[in-house]
Design a protein around this ligand. Sequence first.
Ligand SMILES: Cc1ncc(COP(=O)(O)O)c(C=O)c1O
Length: 402
Amino acid sequence: MDIAAVRNDFPTIRKKKGVYLDSACQSLRPDPVIKAILEYYENYPSCGGRSIHHMASEVSLIVDETREKAKEFFFADDSDCFVFTKNCTEGINTVAKGSGLKKGDVVVTTDTEHNSNHIPWYMLEEEIGIKRRFSRSNEEGEFDIEKFKSVMGKNVKLVSVHHSSNITGCVVPIKDVAEIAHDHGAKVLVDGAQAAPHMKVDLKRTDVDYYAMSMHKMLGPSGMGLLYGKKECLNDLKPLMTGGGTVGMASYEKVELAPVPEKFEAGLQNFSGIAGTKAALEYLSDLGIENIQDHNRDLMRMIFKKTKGIKGLSVLGPKDPDRRCGVFSFNIDGLSPHDVATMLDKMDGIMIRSGMHCAQPFFVARKIEGSARASVYLYNNEDDIDRFAAALEKVAGTFGSK
Ligand SMILES: Cc1ncc(COP(=O)(O)O)c(C=O)c1O
């Protein structure tokens, strides 16, 4: 991968806006994605799937092409298995609320979930009395398949796990999880927010029933997501919202819902976002997701190597960089994560995240106040890591307590 050429595709890098190490929150966007969004507004700012005039037809075509691209990118069988959402959170909620879970049904998650894969289940426990079980991670914060097996049982109706953690970067073996869950008659929903941008996701091979993701973490527009579901699962799933676009035929007495995926896409859609999604998936395909994965691994190795020996540095999660997917969460003794983030930004324009990363239960359970988090993506280079490590060393040496 020609990183210099890649970097040149990103306006904020060309404009030297600083070192962006916050891609686990949102990625930067390359020119083709911005162009696709602008082209929608400049050339065909109309409604796909409804009007039949020539401008609307162009939009309908883009909508179809985007689903086709998603099918190819994620190795699925059918483009109709992809529902446009506004983010990963909406995808998870669609499955949580639409699966017809009843009192006493058990949902298994892990102890390392983002709130988006925690709160919906908590709410269902409050509202209808489902039961929640957690698969506990090992000491390094990694998914433990034996512990997962031990919480499975006959009342488990759904397993909902992250594919890669936004705190530790650890990857859950979703193919094995799906096999075990299916043996127990449970369906599997995967929160792919952090994994989909970084690693090859083969939906057919892994055999998961649902996979939710956010396009804004993978070069796409803000407020765009995709929910994949096996056709038979989506057919059975109730939509989160209904209204225009979700019906085949309706009278005042009777409503027939539209087929999948339209029955989930209520109201006028984010067409510029859909156009940007297509451009993002094309950009990622052109670079090759395996090349991106290798590059991210190299960056993680660099971070570990270059920050080794920094006074008072403690890293959350496994110390082996190859067992992490793009995120490096850490603390400096004597400093709050927000102090670290502010100082890195002020000193050398280094942008990282700090706090509890929308995963409060993880921190509360471990009695940790939060962490700073540097996250990398395909446009980061060695110079970024050098600047990050040098600034962190200075911060730790000057203000840390060790
Ligand atoms: C692991 C994980 N799941 C879910 C989400 C929620 O994504 P969104 O806010 O785009 O819906 C995030 C966002 O950071 C995440 O890291």
